[in-house]
Ligand binder design. Structure first.
Ligand code: GN1
Ligand code: MG
Length: 355
């Protein structure tokens, strides 16, 4: 981790007013290193080291964010500003590391989980609005910052290669998860072949990437824009569902606490239905299995990383990837039991209004 002196030097590359800044590390996220930049008690910026092992094309990534922000023109997104360096770049490359600085939106908060329908509904509005604003964005201009990020065929191949190289011990410890992955892959691979429109997606719409106003819990915007690239709407739908409809954290180990709350699902879909219609009927039909697909693919990636010896995600303890996999798979199973129910809800709330 960087010391404060280093952080001051890094901050010095960006064109901002000279003040007596201090830093607070934010230990959230599995990929980048994030620091809050404060002036006294007032948080002003977010300073981040972009993980360039994960995001190989940082120039492309920053360009994607810039292009997306050009379309995300509402009164909240316009408060997210990428601060430039003296050379006019939106990031600074310092000793093989890539750093960027963004304005911090004060008076906001994010939730890892929720039991409240207003929060779920607000999240639905924000996910819908994001897509609506980006609907006209020229998707050919967006770089795939992580090629085939949610491509299940690729994730299956990576999982199968990990099975070849993994130690017998890890395979033994993970045997249940491996069996579930192998049993479930055919159904979801088949599902992922459906032809639907390509959209610019956020690709990481977990609940804690949505900001809410502290004061009144009004939902504001999506943050963590690194994975903005081409995708299918069900990626964003499924990722939101896996973190909103389940009231337990994504690494919950007591499976009885992992739930699929109908009330929260309905509130989230109501939120989506609040924005002007933008989805095709075919896309709406992918949503129920999309809510199974996203926790599954995240679980599979965590399992693969466990088998590889934790080379991708930052882990706090040795088996964290396996624990995350097991709880994600458990939610995926619970969502699978609710497919007929979800079909009914999306058809009532989303398809019906198209007709
Ligand atoms: C990673 O670091 P964070 O939380 O933004 C991952 C997401 C996962 C998430 C954990 C580039 O994101 O796909 O949803 O962990 N991002 C990448 O659930 O792999
Ligand atoms: Mg992310």
């Amino acid at each position: 981790m960087k010391n404060t002196q280093d952080l001051h030097t890094i901050l010095g590359h960006f064109v901002i007013e000279k003040k007596d800044y201090s830093f607070r590390s934010i230990n959230q996220g599995f990929i980048n290193d994030t620091f809050l930049v404060l002036n006294g008690e007032e948080p002003l910026f977010i300073l981040q080291r972009v993980n360039h092992f994960v995001f190989e094309n940082v120039t492309g990534l920053m360009k994607n964010i810039g292009t997306a922000l050009g379309f995300l023109q509402d009164d909240v997104y316009t408060r997210i500003i990428l601060v430039e360096t003296a050379e006019g770049s939106t990031f600074a490359k310092i000793d093989e590391n890539y750093w960027r600085l963004m304005t911090f939106i004060d008076g906001t908060t994010a939730y890892d989980t929720t039991t409240r329908s207003e929060i779920a509904r607000g999240a639905g509005i924000i996910v819908g609005k994001f897509h609506q604003l980006l609907e006209k964005a020229p998707y050919e201009e967006f770089v795939d910052t992580i090629p085939q990020f949610h491509d299940l065929s690729l994730r299956k191949n990576q999982f199968e290669s990990a099975l070849v190289t993994a130690s017998e011990e890890r395979k033994y410890v993970a045997q249940k998860a491996i069996a579930f992955a192998q049993d479930t892959l055919p159904l979801l691979l088949e599902f992922s072949k459906r032809t639907i429109p390509v959209r610019i997606c956020h690709n990481d719409t977990k609940l804690n990437n949505i900001l809410f106003k502290k004061e009144d819990d009004n939902a504001l915007c999506l943050i963590d824009l690194d994975t903005i690239m081409k995708g299918y709407f069900y990626y964003d739908f499924g990722d939101a569902v896996r973190t909103i409809v389940n009231t337990a954290p994504e690494d919950e180990q007591q499976f009885e606490k992992i739930t699929f709350e109908n009330k929260l699902f309905e509130a989230f879909v109501d939120g989506l239905a609040d924005v002007e219609p933008f989805l095709t009927k075919e896309e709406i039909k992918t949503l129920p299995l999309g809510a199974v697909f996203m926790p599954f693919i995240h679980g599979l990636r965590a399992l693969t990383d466990y088998l590889m010896g934790n080379v991708y995600y930052k882990v706090a303890y040795e088996n964290q990837n396996l624990d995350r996999c097991l709880s994600l798979f458990d939610f995926s199973k619970k969502a699978l039991d609710k497919v007929a129910y979800m079909e009914n809800i999306v058809s009532q709330k989303l398809i019906a209004r198209e007709e």
